[in-house]
Write a protein that binds this ligand. Structure first.
Ligand code: FE2
Ligand code: FE2
Length: 202
C-alpha cells in the first residue's frame, strides 16, 4: 500500500525537481509561531535520529545490499536535516539531542546485528511513523499561506520518507514476521511517538 500525500499535484511539482538542491527552499526569514517551532524541533530531532539509525546499520552490517540501502538513505536523511535547519534556529533545537542520537544508533544497530530483514522491517516501522508525523504538519500548514514554502520543504521530506518505506517493504519481501520482530517494530513505533512527545517540549 502506498500512502497518499495531502499535497495537491501543483505543490508536488515544486518539490520533486531533480538536482542536488532538491527540496531546499529558502525560509525567507519568516517568523514562525511557537507551535510550528515545536513541530520543527521534533522534525529536527527525528532527522538527527534518522542519520544515526543508518550509522548504526552501517557500523555492524556486512551484507552489501543492506549497506548500499543504508548508505543511500543516509545521504537523504542528511539533506533532510540541512533543510530543517534552514528553518529552525539552533536555539530551538531539542536539548536532548544526545539521547536522540543514541536512540537512533541503537534503532539501527540492534536489527543490524540480527540481519538484513530485521533492518528492513525496522525502517518500515520508522518511516510509517515519520510519514504520518510529517502529514499532520503538512495538513496544519495548509491553512497558513505565509508558510507555504515551509510546507513544501516538509512535503519534500515526506516524499523521500515514503520512498524509504517502500524500498524497505520491497527489500523485506514476503517473509513471515516472527513474534520477536513484530514486538521490536511495535517498540520502535512507540519509541518514535514518545520521542516526538518529549522533543516537542525539551
Ligand atoms: Fe528524513
Ligand atoms: Fe527516511
Amino acid at each position: 500500500m502506498r500512502f497518499t500525500s495531502e499535497a495537491n499535484p501543483g505543490d508536488l511539482t515544486h518539490v520533486t525537481t531533480s538536482g542536488s538542491d532538491r527540496g531546499v527552499i529558502s525560509n525567507s526569514s519568516v517568523k514562525l509561531p511557537q507551535n510550528v517551532l515545536a513541530d520543527l524541533r521534533t522534525d529536527h530531532a527525528g532527522e538527527v535520529g534518522a542519520i544515526q539509525i543508518y550509522q548504526g546499520v552501517l557500523f555492524f552490517a556486512r551484507d552489501p545490499a543492506l549497506r548500499a540501502f543504508a548508505a543511500k538513505h543516509l545521504v537523504t536523511e542528511r539533506r533532510h536535516l540541512r533543510n530543517i535547519e534552514l528553518w529552525l534556529p539552533s536555539s530551538h533545537y531539542s536539548r536532548l539531542l544526545p539521547v536522540w542520537r543514541l536512540a537512533g544508533f541503537l534503532t539501527g544497530a540492534v536489527p543490524a546485528l540480527i540481519g538484513p530483514k530485521a533492518v528492513y522491517a525496522t525502517i518500515e516501522a520508522v518511516e510509517t511513523f515519520v510519514y504520518r508525523h510529517y502529514n499532520e504538519q503538512i495538513q496544519t500548514l495548509a491553512s497558513i499561506p505565509s508558510l507555504k514554502s515551509l510546507r513544501l520543504t516538509l512535503l519534500s521530506c515526506q516524499i523521500d520518507e515514503e520512498t524509504h518505506r517502500e524500498e524497505a517493504v520491497i527489500a523485506f519481501g514476503s517473509v513471515k514476521r516472527d513474534i520477536l520482530l513484530r514486538a521490536w517494530c511495535a517498540i520502535v513505533a512507540a519509541g518514535s511517538a514518545a520521542a516526538v512527545t518529549v522533543s516537542r517540549i525539551v
